[in-house]
Design a protein around this ligand. Structure first.
Ligand code: DAH
Length: 346
């Protein structure tokens, strides 16, 4: 009985400082395992009187249950501590407050070319134009042949082209390809614009890039005139620059238009007096355009005896640079967040 009485005390004392599951299992074995003091007491019971057997047996059982209860409680505590420790160790920081992510979010907004493109699309939509898309990878036919530039034509030299190995496909050198596809899919009268990236195999410098952006425009109907062309271009430019602009046409050569023009605007910086932006000329060359060549209409499945039209190709990067005072076109593709984040919205 004495042994039994002190056992629970001893067990409790030893249990206190234990903080590992293995130690706890050992402690349990030490007290109520096969070689433990409790087992000894039970073994010795065979020599005791029936009365002693009953009281000591009952006491031993009670003791065993108490020890088991303390053991289970401690076990639960240690298991929980284990789980918490491993959670702490494998913690994933999902807040990601630093560096790239943060900067990316601050920079979120539109690229300046996208801003101008969307603005111009809106202006044309308000004037009844559709907005069309076209593939970057084109074939010789859509990029040259159908635009009245046959294989032997020297005008091909004006555009340095990225050809694919099959010698049939290329990265489109201009958005005029959209004219060809647009004409085939509709019947006159129609008017549409087609913005997008174009590619030229060129050496890059402050004003030349291999990838840049154009917005093609085309209007075809029964009595389209140069007057219509000037009207739409003037309206467009007045909307973009938010002030009345003066325009002039000079002759320009492009195989897909006849007559072809270079449309200039009176320099917005110096008002026509002459400055470094207009190279002292007073006018800035902005937009090539013209009346659609009959061969181009034919290639588009349109009868040039009945219909005519105008077309133009607007360089978006140049406009962006003029609008925001950007002095190097390479900034536009630099992917430098310090640059990009300056143009958040319209
Ligand atoms: N496609 C020409 C180029 O990239 C630009 C152009 C000129 C487009 C005259 C036109 C146009 O639609 O009429 O150089």
């Amino acid at each position: 009985m004495q042994v039994l009485e002190s056992l629970l005390n001893d067990f409790t004392k030893e249990l206190g400082p234990i903080n590992k599951i293995a130690d706890l299992l050992n402690l349990k074995a030490k007290y109520i395992g096969k070689q433990g003091p409790l087992a000894d007491v039970m073994k010795n019971l065979k020599d005791a009187t029936p009365e002693e057997k009953r009281t000591i047996g009952a006491k031993a059982n009670e003791l065993k249950q108490s020890i088991e209860a303390l053991f289970s409680k401690k076990m639960q505590e240690l298991e929980l501590a284990d789980i918490n420790a491993s959670l702490e160790k494998d913690k994933v920081d999902i807040s990601l407050t630093d560096s790239v992510m943060e900067k990316g979010l601050q920079a979120a907004g539109y690229h300046p070319v996208t801003i101008i493109q969307q603005e111009i699309e809106d202006i044309f939509i308000s004037m009844g134009f559709e907005v069309l898309d076209g593939p970057h990878i084109e074939d010789d036919y859509h990029n040259f042949e159908a635009l009245n530039i046959p294989a032997t034509h020297p005008a091909r030299d004006m555009q340095d082209t990225f050809w694919f190995a099959d010698k049939k496909h290329l990265l489109r050198t201009h958005t005029s390809t959209i004219q060809v596809r647009g004409m085939k899919e509709r019947k006159p009268p129609f008017r549409f614009v087609g913005p997008g990236k174009v590619f030229r195999c060129e050496r890059t410098d402050a004003s030349h890039e291999m990838v840049f952006h154009q917005l093609e425009g085309m209007m075809v109907g029964e009595n389209v005139s140069v007057g219509n062309l000037i009207y739409f271009m003037k309206t467009l430019l007045t909307e973009i620059f938010k002030k009345e602009v003066e325009v002039r046409l000079r002759p320009g050569f492009f195989p897909f238009v006849e007559p072809g023009f270079e449309l200039d605007i009176k320099c917005l910086i110096c008002g026509g007096k002459g400055c470094s932006v207009c190279k002292q000329v007073g006018w800035v060359e902005l937009l090539p355009c013209g009346m659609v060549h009959p061969n181009v209409l034919k290639a588009g499945g349109i009868d040039p005896e009945k219909y005519n039209g105008f077309a133009f190709g607007l360089g978006l990067d140049r406009l962006v640079m003029m609008r925001y005072g950007i002095d190097d076109i390479r900034h536009l593709h630099g992917a430098d967040l310090r640059f990009n984040s300056q143009f958040k919205s319209f």
